[in-house]
Design a binder for this molecule. Structure first.
Ligand code: F6P
Length: 325
């Protein structure tokens, strides 16, 4: 691949607050660097269907504060096939797009990695997911906003839990990662978090019941990471059966967690990462995710970013345990 004159931007997978700020940053930094910028609609699906159009600085005006993504997003099944990726590549060539900036989570960056390898196309990833499950970056675009949204919801639920002296199991998103559950539990003063990373702790529920509610508390909040088998409903049903003396309710926060105006932190993160993406391309980087670690912009090879083994610090688990006595 020769000199890069034109880049395409897409958002893919679950939307996350701050994606628009990232689109704005990549577009403006790209134009400032003398590049032509094209917006690709509906993620990889739009690349396959040639939903691509020129972007100017005006196209990204007045979006830094908006949730969702102006480029729309999708989880493309067709892009998972070699035939789909070939169509996507042919459209890139026809449109004169020399490099891609992909804003998305684990699956989206895994797609970029395969595409880059198959067709020798420079791809840069930006971590855009509420789950915070990409390695090599301290935070992902959308995580901080979602954390704050969850905490606001838990604060409200606590009012009714206290009034009725109930135990609430509140289910939050995070796919296979417990960052949202663990940190929202700390920030909202919840009694416990049930997260996949701590699943070796055989009976987290039993521990919480005996340590917390049995002693002094008349109401409790437990934040549970989503899970097909062991979500909030599972734990609530168990308590209803095993401890019928407690009044139990469930609240599944669902997709409201993904919406809303991005926090200042997410806007700044997205802006820095977007400018970082253009700098990386100008430096000849390819097939890396841009991250921020210890307040420095870093380039993380796709294979390291998508490893899905970003650990939750034991210290965070201890903090919640100590403070919820
Ligand atoms: O990856 C972001 C995320 O919101 C996860 O936390 C959640 O498991 C998933 O997407 C939900 O996806 P969908 O919007 O397709 O139901």
């Amino acid at each position: 691949m020769g000199k890069i004159n034109c880049i395409g931007i897409l958002t893919s997978g679950g939307d996350a607050p701050g994606m628009n700020a990232a689109i704005r940053a990549v577009t403006r930094a790209g134009i400032a660097a003398g590049l032509k910028v094209k917006g690709i609609y509906r993620g990889y699906e739009g690349l396959i269907n040639n939903e691509i159009r020129d972007f100017t600085t005006e196209d990204v005006s007045n979006i830094i504060q908006r949730g969702g993504t102006i480029l729309k997003t999708a989880r493309s099944k067709e892009f998972m096939t070699p035939e789909g990726r070939k169509k996507a590549y042919d459209n890139m060539v026809e449109q004169g797009v020399d490099a891609l900036v992909v804003i998305g989570g684990n699956g989206s960056l895994a797609g970029a990695r395969i595409f880059a390898e198959e067709f020798d196309v420079p791809c840069i990833g930006l971590p855009g997911t509420i789950d915070n499950d990409l390695s090599g970056t301290d935070s992902t675009i959308g995580y901080d906003t979602t954390l704050n949204t969850i905490v606001q919801c838990v604060d409200k639920i606590r009012d009714t839990a206290t009034s009725h002296e109930r135990i609430f199991f509140i289910e939050v998103m995070g796919r296979d990662a417990g960052f949202l559950a663990q940190n929202s539990a700390i920030a909202s003063g919840a009694e416990a978090a049930i997260i996949p990373e701590d699943s070796t702790n055989a009976d987290q529920l039993e521990q919480f019941i005996s340590r917390g509610i049995r002693k002094s508390k008349s109401s409790s909040m437990v934040i549970v990471s989503e899970s097909p088998k062991c979500g909030a409903m599972y734990y609530a049903d168990r308590v209803k059966t095993e401890y019928p003396e407690f009044d139990v309710r469930v609240s599944i926060l669902g997709h409201l967690q993904r919406g809303g105006s991005p926090s200042a932190s997410d806007r700044i993160l997205a802006s820095r990462l977007g400018v970082g993406a253009i700098n990386a391309l100008r430096e000849g980087q390819r097939n890396v995710m841009i991250g921020i670690r210890n307040d420095e912009v870093v380039y993380v090879p796709f294979c390291n970013a998508i490893k899905s083994d970003k650990p939750i610090k034991k210290e965070l688990i201890n903090v919640l345990g100590i403070l919820s006595i």
